[in-house]
Write a protein that binds this ligand. Structure first.
Ligand SMILES: C[S@@+](CC[C@H](N)C(=O)[O-])C[C@H]1O[C@@H](n2cnc3c(N)ncnc32)[C@H](O)[C@@H]1O
Length: 286
């Protein structure tokens, strides 16, 4: 990127480059990256007068090249925004999605309905997005979180610390070795891997090439983790425990049916902000 350009001109030029490279929503990427580079809000770009210095121009050019190669903006920056949180990412954390914000919201509503406290378990926590949001927004809850990836848990622990949230993290294959939580969990929440194995290669390059495969792969029909959760969770659940699960497009009814077959009471589906059924709600009545 040429030195001496103003932010708006640099972003305009970058938008053209990204468009030529076939990047979706090129203007959004160019603007987010320039505003993060300069520490300004997106709405301030056109008003920002100081020209880019050498170092800023070099860095912006490098970022735009990475984005042209379909690296997601959050990977380039190494962080993502989720509800009230700024979360550090590493190569083993999924980028938390806006859809999942509504899943965390449903969990928080249930905590409130249950009287505010209780023991919450977030299974497959990744960057910690859901667990940390719950712990930060409802500090009266005791929040536990698991992941199979030690590296993801390192990021999640750091994120909890940086956001002053108390979360107990466990390295576990789903519920393995969580004897301390036996019969203790009031609310189970999870955004498990749910992409059909055969569809992984068809995902957008930003997802296919940059999110960890094991964070996406839900087995041949995408439902493997729901079956495992319904089969393996009951020893940890209190009678009357609530279960809040993110589901993929078109999976909602199947997930409720699987839960019912395993002895859970299906309570229904909640939509995300885009109006798609995104959260399955169930109850364990023992
Ligand atoms: C779809 S990601 C969700 C991450 C995070 N909760 C979020 O919403 O951004 C699924 C997560 O489950 C974890 N995972 C995959 N298999 C697991 C297993 N057998 N036990 C525990 N966690 C697992 C992955 O490492 C990943 O962090």
């Amino acid at each position: 990127m040429q030195t001496g350009l103003r932010a708006r001109d640099a972003a305009r030029r970058a938008t053209r480059e990204l468009q030529e490279a076939g990047v979706p929503e090129p203007g959004a990427s160019a603007e987010i990256l320039i505003s993060e580079l300069l520490g300004i809000r997106r709405g301030e770009i056109s008003l920002y007068e100081p020209p880019l210095d050498d170092e800023q121009a070099r860095l912006y050019e490098a970022w735009i090249e990475r984005r042209s190669n379909r690296e997601p903006v959050q990977r380039i920056l190494g962080r993502a925004y989720f509800r009230n949180l700024v979360l550090d990412l590493n190569e083993e954390t999924l980028i938390p999605r806006p859809d999942t914000e509504s899943v965390a919201g449903s969990a928080i509503e249930i905590i409130d309905r249950r009287g505010g406290g209780g023991v919450v378990l977030d299974v497959g926590t990744g960057s910690g997005a859901v667990a940390i949001s719950i712990a930060q927004e409802r500090p009266s809850a005791t929040v536990h979180a698991t992941d199979l990836s030690k590296k993801a848990l390192e990021a999640a622990e750091r994120n909890a610390g940086e956001n002053s949230a108390a979360v107990h993290f466990h390295h576990a294959d789903l519920f393995d070795g969580l004897a301390i939580l036996e019969g203790a969990v009031d609310l189970l929440v999870s955004n498990p891997p749910y992409v059909e194995a055969g569809a992984l290669e068809k995902l957008a390059p930003e997802v296919r090439d940059w999110d960890p495969r094991w964070a996406l792969d839900g087995g041949p029909d995408g439902l493997l983790f729901y079956r495992r959760i319904f089969e393996e969770a009951p020893p940890l659940l209190k009678d009357g425990a609530d279960v809040v699960l993110e589901v993929g497009d078109g999976q909602g009814e199947s997930v409720l049916d699987l839960g019912q077959d395993a002895g859970f009471v299906p309570l229904g589906l909640r939509e995300d902000l885009a109006g798609s059924p995104r959260t399955a709600l169930l109850r364990w009545d023992g």
